[in-house]
Design a protein around this ligand. Sequence first.
Ligand SMILES: C[S@@+](CC[C@H](N)C(=O)[O-])C[C@H]1O[C@@H](n2cnc3c(N)ncnc32)[C@H](O)[C@@H]1O
Length: 228
Amino acid sequence: MKDNYDVWWQKGNETDDDMARDHEAAWYRTISQIDQADIKDKKVLDFGCNQGGLLRLLYDTIPFQQGVGIDLAKVSLEKAKEMAGNRPLQFYLTDTPVDVKQRFHTVLSTSVLYLIEDVYAHAEAIKAVLEPNGVYYATFSDVTNNPSREYMAETINKYGATPSQDHTLKYVVDSFVQAGFNVSVMKEKVPEEIVITHYEDFYLTPNDYLRNIYEESFLIKATLKAGA
Ligand SMILES: C[S@@+](CC[C@H](N)C(=O)[O-])C[C@H]1O[C@@H](n2cnc3c(N)ncnc32)[C@H](O)[C@@H]1O
């Protein structure tokens, strides 16, 4: 396992609490794009779950049999455990899915693939815990043609506990195809109203922010091929 840390995001007083608040609207959109049959009564893993907000929202929207979250952020995982309530959720401090010694019908990750150094190895690690014909949904933005590419990476590397990896969509798709998945890609939904006030948090211009939302952000669906 890689080194763990207390929280993933730390920018002055801003921490994983703020990230969770900022990501919530995107979780609603992601959930609306997932096939409900992949969640209902299934076993679900959230890779890079942080405080567990996506799993809570998912369970409250489409009840599943069992949910597991893994992450390297210790304090955030403690919060995830506290906030789980009576939902059937478990959380583990690890970056290695096989550590939880369970298999899953569906794996999810939101805003995590861009932090994974070796996506070929990641695809194999997900495959190792998936049931036959299991599915992995992962949100991913290819910012390699975005003029704010370097600015974004500098920001992530300054305040995030793990560095940005600058992957292309081709690299991500090729990784999953090589591991034996059928891969499809959905355009991530565009919010009806885009709050642009704080574009400088991650982008040099409002245009770069919009380019990311309108053109570069995808929900990848990788389905394990029979016999893979
Ligand atoms: C940008 S945050 C996204 C958190 C959450 N999925 C969300 O949508 O708000 C990235 C998360 O991935 C976790 N992470 C990064 N690399 C990881 C790894 N190799 N294994 C497990 N978790 C990882 C970080 O600790 C952090 O919680």
